[in-house]
Design a binder for this molecule. Structure first.
Ligand SMILES: [Zn+2]
Length: 211
């Protein structure tokens, strides 16, 4: 509720450049986010990861305002901005699964920050997100840990919401907001493959290069 109130009453200036503007982000700032499809296979257990921009500058500012400071409507602003690029991917005949939020953070925010980002895409293509995964425990921030520490911290931290879920022979697309270390995506992929998935791909809005 607080988020919506903030959205309504707070800034009438762009959050990024502070120029006057009747919304949260001006078209100049939003337009400065360059979209280019970045594909990599650097995440263990995930066949490919596609991201659309680098996590820096305006993009990182907006994500932080969105996730940490309660500017909920930035989710659909970003979702719309990336929509046409996202639509170029093949979403058909895959099971689309959101990377689950920590339940504590979900409660604090009051909304699922990942699926909200993808709402414009889901509505346009009539896609359905399957929230089939859950966090089994709180895990600390992974940035600053080395690869082996990250794997250890995350091991077993993602499970299916129901062991009877069957993904036999299905292609899964995991969706998240930012690709950082990729360790969480890896854990999600392990769980999907245990449920029978034959391939697991991932899509994120932005990628951090210097993890
Ligand atoms: Zn601006």
């Amino acid at each position: 509720m607080l988020h919506n109130i903030l959205d309504l009453f707070l800034p009438n200036v762009c959050l990024c450049c502070r120029d006057h503007f009747g919304g949260l982000v001006c078209s100049n700032c939003l337009g400065s986010i360059s979209i280019s499809k970045i594909s990599s296979s650097r995440v263990r257990g995930v066949d490919s990861v596609t991201s659309f921009t680098e996590y820096k500058g305006v993009m990182s500012q907006l994500i932080q305002y969105y996730k940490l400071q309660g500017f909920t409507s930035l989710g659909s602003t970003l979702g719309e901005y990336f929509l046409s690029s996202m639509m170029c991917l093949d979403w058909t005949s895959s099971v689309i699964i959101n990377v689950p939020s920590h339940s504590k953070r979900y409660k604090e925010r009051g909304f699922d920050h990942v699926t909200t980002l993808y709402d414009p895409l889901a509505k346009t293509l009539d896609l359905e997100f399957a929230s089939l995964l859950k966090r089994t425990r709180q895990t600390p921030a992974l940035v600053g840990l080395n690869k082996f520490e990250r794997i250890n911290v995350m091991k077993g931290s993602i499970s299916s919401i129901d062991p009877r879920i069957n993904l036999e022979g299905r292609n899964v697309i995991l969706c998240d907001d930012i690709l950082t270390t990729g360790t969480t995506l890896s854990e999600c992929a392990v769980t999907c493959r245990q449920l029978g998935a034959s391939s697991v791909h991932a899509v994120t809005f932005a990628e951090v290069y210097d993890v």
